[in-house]
Design a protein. Structure first.
Length: 332
């Protein structure tokens, strides 16, 4: 390590120690910029690997950031971590972690070097790669954070944590990217999602995961899904376009169907996914018919009585006319 990098390392470590001692610029108000975990809610299969990003949005003059991130070490094992591309836009950087232990990466820090302005905008600060070691749900919590501008001043910011759900070797997933809520009914008529009428979150399926109403993207994960038909309702919360992703993940493969469309406030569109022996088919979302149940009808059988009555009337009229004509001929 060069002399300059050693000096930078020592300065940064001293800075982190002073922040943790004196406090940080973190706030949980609805202000910007924000440091957050992406995706905010994600799922993966047991024994698979997954990436979690540390991201930032709407920042001005970012020169240095430092965070501590914690998770449940019985569910996730940290394999690796790497710098994201965002701060590199400003020039040469140094990237390091103060201490890595089970369930915690402490003092993960990145800084520009030299007398240069900070970076503006939004992007990825770092990526953490995990291995899923057990089923269950764990939070990915940013327990410490601070960001500095090029003048050395802390930038007030919001923090948003994330959640990872580790599933058994087979799982059914529905994800909506849109101004809409999801509501899924499984083959045993159990429900999960936001109820279309009450707007309340529902989860009647043991072990299933729902990211919650208003989350973006919104995701439903059902572990060890039963064979049969899954009814998927998309309930519009505002007007706009949507993308629905329906997936069946197994150890052997992941089947993914993607649908796009438009939806308005209060509109309900429905899709169906059918699972059978590790295979999945699904239908494109559509608006269900309004006004009752459609029943196929044999129109000819309905008209038959009327046709018969018409024939009888015609015969009767013809008979009356014939009798009258015969009487007139006899009277002559």
């Amino acid at each position: 390590m060069s002399k300059n990098r050693i000096v930078s390392f020592l300065v940064i470590m001293l800075f982190i120690f002073s922040l943790e001692t004196l406090g940080t610029g973190t706030t949980y108000a609805n202000s910007s910029p924000s440091i957050f975990i992406t995706p905010e809610a994600s799922g993966a299969l047991l024994y698979s690997s997954l990436n979690v990003n540390l991201s930032i949005s709407d920042v001005t003059d970012l020169y240095l950031w430092a965070v501590t991130i914690e998770w449940n070490s019985t569910i996730l094992n940290l394999l690796d971590y790497s710098q994201g591309p965002f701060l590199k836009q400003g020039g040469t950087t140094t990237f390091l972690a103060g201490k890595v232990t089970a369930g915690k990466i402490e003092g993960l820090t990145c800084s520009l070097l030299g007398s240069v302005p900070g970076v503006n905008g939004s992007g990825t600060l770092a990526t953490l790669q995990f291995n899923a070691t057990a089923t269950g749900t764990t939070s990915i919590n940013i327990t410490f954070s601070d960001i500095l501008n090029s003048k050395g001043n802390s930038i007030t910011h919001n923090v948003v944590n994330g959640t990872v759900n580790i599933l058994p070797p087979q799982a059914f997933m529905a994800t909506i990217y849109s101004p809409a809520n999801l509501y899924v009914t499984d083959p045993e008529n159990r429900h999960i999602g936001t109820h279309p009428t009450t707007g309340e979150p529902v989860n009647e399926i043991p072990g299933a995961f729902y990211s919650g109403p208003g989350s973006h993207p919104q995701r439903i994960i059902i572990p060890n899904p039963l064979d049969g038909v899954y009814d998927i309702k998309i309930v519009g919360t505002s007007t706009g376009s949507y993308t629905l992703v329906v997936e069946l993940a197994t150890v052997e493969k992941t089947t993914t169907h993607t649908y796009t469309g438009n939806i308005s406030v209060g509109q309900i569109q429905e899709s169906q996914a059918t699972i059978s022996e590790g295979e999945m088919t699904s239908t494109s979302p559509s608006t269900p018919p309004v006004g009752g149940i459609y029943i196929p009808i044999n129109k000819l059988s309905l008209l038959a009585p009327y046709i018969g009555l018409t024939i009888l009337l015609a015969v009767a009229v013809t008979t009356v006319i014939y009798v009258r004509v015969r009487k007139r001929k006899k009277s002559r």
